[in-house]
Design a protein around this ligand. Structure first.
Ligand code: DAH
Length: 334
């Protein structure tokens, strides 16, 4: 390839225009037409392995510039339309900047708020066992979540259905007090719709100490949403039930009902549930060898995909997973 490019360059430079044979038209036919020497090199270039492309791409572009300059200089006294544009004739290879996925952007923003509050960071395995995903979290033997209908099993193990399993792994390490934040991917055998997918992202929070109160939990979450969405954000807590917390609650964020998308997303209520939370059940503490007469704490599990949808007004959760460049490229440089 090197020799061919050099040879072509020589031929271009040695071409002397005259009125007989070596006309401008001949120059165009020899080098710039589809069968011309230079364009054939560009065709051949396309078949090279990626590694060679970088090496020869620069040489070829140089050759292209020399050839076009010679052609256009000679052509100067002709009508301007006949000039061949430097940058439109041949494709050039450009660097297109990548973008960070919106879920990752949201995860990092959420983490930064909790890290600033003194929380530590932890992660754990996605393939879990029954003990960490269910039993130690106070799920009864016959709880429906243990059903094949709801959970993906791999032999006796399973794809974790929530990041709450990481709580167990962290509490069992026996270092107290404990204040941690645990993001990760989770899996459920769900019907896929605009609101739910069979895998998604959660972020678990856990605070274990002496004399922790439900007000501590609410205030921490209030502070978080204000930092994340800004001061005007509207939230509400609803009483709920989880086997691993007592009392339990869910937190909703006001998305509004001004658009059809918001109505669909919020099932017509305007509110979108973004997390479950509560005071850690004494049985869970005891399963992790923590004396529940001395220690207590709060926990929460947040849906990062829903937070992303609210933050960036994305009305269908599936849009987050189909890698549509029209959506992703909007996050370049965020
Ligand atoms: N694990 C629950 C779920 O996936 C969410 C959750 C609720 C997490 C309450 C918690 C909690 O830590 O305290 O639906």
């Amino acid at each position: 390839m090197f020799d061919k490019i050099k040879q072509c360059e020589k031929n271009v430079l040695n071409f002397v225009f005259n009125e007989e044979g070596n006309t401008l038209e001949k120059f165009r036919l020899d080098f710039l037409s589809k069968k011309g020497e230079m364009l054939l090199l560009f065709e051949y270039f396309k078949t090279l392995p990626v590694g060679d492309k970088k090496k020869y791409g620069e040489m070829l572009n140089e050759l292209k510039n020399i050839t076009l300059e010679k052609y256009n200089n000679k052509n100067n006294n002709k009508t301007p339309q006949k000039q061949i544009e430097k940058n439109t004739l041949f494709p050039t290879y450009q660097n297109t900047p990548g973008a960070i996925h919106p879920i990752r952007i949201v995860e990092e923003k959420v983490l930064s708020v909790f890290l600033s509050l003194g929380f530590d960071f932890a992660e754990a395995v996605e393939i879990e066992d029954d003990h960490h995903n269910f039993a130690a979290l106070n799920f009864k033997e016959d709880h429906p979540a243990r059903d094949m209908q709801d959970t993906f099993f791999i032999g006796t193990n399973l794809l974790r259905t929530h990041t709450s399993s990481v709580q167990i792994r962290e509490m069992k390490k026996g270092v107290l007090p404990l204040r941690i934040i645990m993001p990760g991917r989770v899996y459920r055998n769900e019907d896929i719709s605009a609101r739910s997918n069979c895998f998604f992202h959660q972020l678990e929070g856990l605070y274990i100490d002496k004399n922790v109160t439900f007000s501590d939990l609410k205030q921490t979450l209030f502070y978080f949403v204000q930092q994340f969405f800004g001061e005007g954000i509207k939230v509400r807590f609803r009483a709920s039930y989880f086997p691993f917390t007592e009392p339990s609650a869910e937190m909703d964020i006001w998305a509004g009902i001004d658009t059809e998308e918001n109505k669909r997303l919020t099932k017509g209520t305007g509110w979108l549930e973004v997390l479950g939370c509560g005071m850690v059940h004494p049985n869970v503490l005891e399963a992790c060898n923590i004396d529940s007469t001395i220690y207590n704490g709060f926990a929460f599990g947040m849906g990062l995909d829903r937070m992303t949808m609210l933050k960036y007004k994305i009305s269908d959760i599936r849009d987050l997973f189909i890698n549509d460049i029209r959506l992703l490229s909007q996050f370049t440089g965020v």
